[in-house]
Design a protein. Structure first.
Length: 333
């Protein structure tokens, strides 16, 4: 049995500039951090006594003989990619928080599965190859309408700036190197569950189409400029959370223009309540339409804001640095 754990992530700035359709011509920049909420994949070989060769458990259960019959597309392609066609194998997925919620859970699951099956074969995969393989599976093989930040955040972990280059390469720079800053950020953060799961594919597809048609150029250029200013603020020895929050609000204003359905009445209501009660900034996480909202505020206003938004669930969390890792390997016992 192998158990792999990969973190979920909170994105602060730059969403939209991580689409290859954008950064191949304009470069890209995203800032965000992984949190101590995870997706887990358990992988093991099965004894050859069953009538099936593959047993998968996620929100559904699959028992199939042929690899091609697996309905979970990422797991099917991962097993195919690593030539697991002739071994009986089980993959089980569990997670700390709901899927389809804007925290990069799909990529976290993909990253965990890739890491787990490598360990099952007795192989070690480094963080960059792990992220690259996840991007290849999701974008090149499955042709999913996704960007490239989630796979990298979930693989590397930490609070980072990812810069995408036109040659499809990228760099990852850790922005928090001391516990004091990590504590400040944790104490100033609220993660709010709107109660709505959403399929972001339609929204992401529209964003990509608009990039190709050059319809989102001005908005994405503005987002890139805001992200650079966010990078400058996070790079300072002493943070000004009010400035960072103001930049988040500016970013949210432009993000809403990238496609239809990103925001709605409930999300705008949350924004107004946070603003009225002294929050520095707020943004909806992920592609849009629902999921989780992140709020940046002064620690002494945190409980007041949570109380004002008490009809929504508040999730206690902390930012983490571990990234994807094997937390149990029976074969090393």
């Amino acid at each position: 049995m192998i158990t792999c754990r990969s973190p979920l992530r909170i994105s602060f700035f730059g969403g939209g500039t991580d689409f290859p359709e954008w950064f191949k011509k304009n470069d890209g920049l995203v800032i965000g951090g992984t949190i101590n909420k995870y997706s887990y994949v358990h992988a093991r070989y099965l004894p050859n006594i069953f009538q099936y060769n593959f047993r998968l458990r996620y929100f559904k259960t699959e028992y199939v003989k042929k690899l091609s019959e697996i309905k979970h597309k990422p797991y099917r392609e991962i097993l195919k990619y690593y030539n697991f066609g002739e071994r009986q194998i089980e993959l089980i997925h569990t997670a700390d928080l709901p899927a389809l919620s804007g925290l990069g859970s799909s990529s976290s699951s993909t990253v965990s599965a890739i890491n787990a099956v490598n360990a099952l074969k007795g192989l070690f995969i480094n963080k960059k190859n792990l992220a690259n393989t996840a991007i290849k599976i999701e974008k090149k093989i499955l042709k999913e309408n996704v960007g490239c930040q989630d796979q990298i955040f979930c693989s590397f972990g930490g609070f980072s700036c990812i810069r995408f280059k036109s040659d499809f390469d990228y760099s990852v720079e850790n922005l928090i190197n001391e516990q004091k800053k990590l504590k400040i950020l944790n104490d100033s953060s609220i993660l709010l569950w709107t109660g709505t799961q959403r399929h972001g594919n339609k929204i992401e597809k529209e964003k990509i189409k608009k990039i190709k048609n050059n319809d989102n150029f001005n908005n994405l250029k503005k987002i890139q400029e805001i992200s650079e200013r966010g990078y400058s603020e996070f790079s300072k020895n002493s943070w000004d959370l009010k400035k960072i929050g103001s930049l988040m609000n500016e970013y949210w204003f432009h993000k809403k223009k990238l496609a239809k359905g990103i925001t709605n009445k409930a999300i705008e209501e949350i924004y107004e309540i946070t603003k009225q009660n002294g929050a520095h900034g707020m943004k909806l996480l992920g592609s849009g339409g629902g999921g989780f909202v992140y709020i940046l505020c002064s620690p002494n206003k945190k409980q007041r804001i949570i109380k004002k938004l008490s009809k929504y669930k508040n999730v206690n969390f902390q930012f983490e640095n571990s990234g994807s890792c094997i937390i149990y390997n029976k074969y090393l016992d």
